[in-house]
Design a protein around this ligand. Structure first.
Ligand code: G1P
Ligand code: ZN
Length: 553
């Protein structure tokens, strides 16, 4: 049933179970979102929970994946019916996640809707997602995502506006009832922000001197940004950016910048006559992987190197206030913070936990082991920003990536790090594994694992990570089981909050080596004993029925 008044209609709908946002918004298969009123229910819940949107500005765009354009048209009509005054929508429905954050802040919007399932595959059989960002430009905090979820559990109607689709392929201004729609260039505001942070003339000179880079946009949202900034403004030769045109199915690939899914980029950087610098970004351009010629950089190390060198970069020359990392991220940045006498915060997984610290001016740089780094310039992790940070560092130091990172290890020690993912595991088995681990926590405390033939480790702390936000006092529990050894080595277990099929078990492994003679050891070898311990304690093989991890990064 739908009742029409002056173009606005109220449509009767029914509750869909399971619309609770996860680590980063609501993510489901495209086919789930295509069910009648599924998207509409969630969007109406946003308008109901954030009444300030009435009369305010909303930013709208996504990562270019399949169903983005259709969803944008639906949301525009619902925004008009719900009294939004102005929507800034990216041309072609495209806006990277960090660009949404930048634009919310720059134009004092009330919030933004990001249509993305990040690094998950796209296309009609792939994934879709929707996420609400608040006035500071960052992901909505749990208080709001939970209120949105609650609203979806009682929804009975939503509002929409009857009108023809807006031409979002061309820049320009339109009206939908009383609402103004401005189709904006997705790149220009973001590019201007980057120019204020980095020494573009130094990077231009680096390219002009013949240095070479390969940026793999993975047929996703970073393409237009990297092409305009790196090839356009910074003068890198054409062809520096590959897979630069966003495709609705990402070319059938998995747009996740890690050595497994960006294996083509890794192969180019490991080849003879490889470029000096390589980088990739994910579906919505908030993740990044950086690598040098023949040299991979872990995201945890990347964050630590950035923190150690921030003073060399124009936008951070006045110094950084502090750093933050998600709990499973390696302690490499902690070592830098200690030496530089900076506050260092440990938060649960997910960028939303950095927002309060950034807003309060407590931290300037933050990062996650999952190929995410960012700063206070926006309230999202930012892939292209991280790549420009590294380019700036290469340009002003004249050093190679390998030289920068190995010198860093010499100074701070090396934190060997790896993540083992077991994807699409049976949900009950995964929950059982976590419950089993939890039940062992009290007895693990202080235990000498060597006595059980499990390597030379004694447990210093075994707990289920809980976080008390120092700014708003909110508490988040069950954020991952961590087993920390007396030498600082760690094994962490979590279940993913972004998957759309069964459960994904993530096992995070970390071992510190101060001794330079140890730094050349292959990572999985260096972590071998901890890998065995992880399997023994969690009974991974027997409980998941898997012999090996699906993805090792
Ligand atoms: C994953 C990452 C996490 C990141 C999130 C969104 O979440 O592990 O660090 O913030 O994607 O990009 P997870 O699937 O582990 O819940
Ligand atoms: Zn992403």
């Amino acid at each position: 049933m739908s009742v029409l008044t002056m173009g606005v209609s109220t449509v009767t709908t029914q509750v869909y179970a399971g619309q609770r946002p996860g680590t980063s918004g609501l993510r489901k298969k495209v086919t789930v979102f295509q069910q009648p009123h599924y998207l509409e229910n969630f969007v109406q819940a946003i308008f109901d929970v954030v009444p300030e949107l009435k009369g305010g500005t909303l930013v709208l765009g996504g990562d270019g994946r399949y169903h983005n354009r259709a969803a944008v048209q639906t949301i525009l009509k619902m925004a008009a019916a719900n009294g939004v005054a102005r929507v800034l929508v990216g041309q072609g429905a495209l806006l990277s996640t960090p660009a949404v954050s930048c634009i919310i802040r720059k134009y004092a919007a009330v919030g933004g809707i990001v249509l993305s399932a990040s690094h998950n595959p796209g296309g009609p059989d792939g994934d879709f997602g929707i996420k609400y960002n608040v006035t500071n430009g960052g992901p909505a905090p749990e208080k709001i995502t939970e209120a949105i979820y609650q609203a979806t559990t009682t929804i009975s109607e939503y509002k929409t506006y009857s009108a023809a689709d807006i031409d979002i392929e061309s820049l320009g201004e339109y009206t939908l009832g009383d609402m103004q729609v401005i189709v904006i260039d997705p790149v220009s505001d973001y590019a201007e922000l980057m120019e204020g942070l980095f020494d573009f003339s130094a990077i231009r000179a680096w390219f002009a001197s013949g240095k070479r880079m390969r940026f793999d946009a993975m047929s996703a949202a970073s393409g237009p940004y990297a092409t305009r900034i790196i090839e356009g403004i910074l003068g890198a030769p054409k062809g520096t950016v590959v897979n630069g045109i966003p495709l609705e199915d990402f070319g059938g690939l998995h747009p996740d910048p890690n050595p497994v899914y960006a294996d083509d980029l890794v192969a180019h950087l490991m080849a003879t006559n490889a470029p000096d610098f390589g980088a990739a970004s994910d579906g919505d351009a908030d993740r990044n992987m950086v690598l040098g010629r023949n040299f991979l950089v872990t995201p945890s190390d990347s964050l630590a190197v950035m923190a150690a060198n921030a003073k060399l970069i124009k936008g951070y020359a006045a110094g950084i206030a502090g750093v933050a990392r998600s709990m499973p991220t390696s302690c490499a940045v902690d070592a830098v913070a200690k030496k530089l006498n900076l506050p260092c915060f440990e938060t649960p997984t997910g960028w939303k936990f950095f927002g309060n610290l950034l807003d309060a001016g407590k931290v300037t740089l933050c990062g996650e082991e999952s190929y995410g780094t960012g700063s206070n310039h926006v309230r999202e992790k930012d892939g292209v920003w991280a790549v420009l940070f590294w380019l700036n560092l290469l340009a002003i130091t004249g050093k190679s990536v390998e030289e920068i990172v190995t010198a860093h290890w010499q100074e701070y020690g090396r934190h060997f790090y790896s993540r083992h993912d077991y994807e699409a595991v049976d949900t009950a088995a995964a929950n059982g594994l976590m419950a089993h681990l939890r039940s062992q926590l009290p007895s693990l405390q202080g235990k000498n694992l060597q006595e059980q033939g499990l390597g030379a480790f004694t447990v210093a702390l075994a707990d289920d990570f809980a976080y008390d936000d120092p700014i708003d006092g909110s508490r988040s529990e069950q954020q991952g089981i961590r087993i920390i050894m007396t030498d600082g080595s760690r094994v962490v277990f979590r279940l993913s909050g972004t998957g759309t099929e069964g459960a994904t078990l993530r096992v995070y492994l970390e071992k510190f080596a101060a001794d330079v003679a140890q730094h050349g050891v292959e990572t999985q070898k260096a972590l071998h004993d901890l890998i065995v311990i992880a399997d023994q304690l969690a009974q991974i093989k027997t409980r998941t029925g898997r012999d090996a991890a699906t993805v090792v990064t």
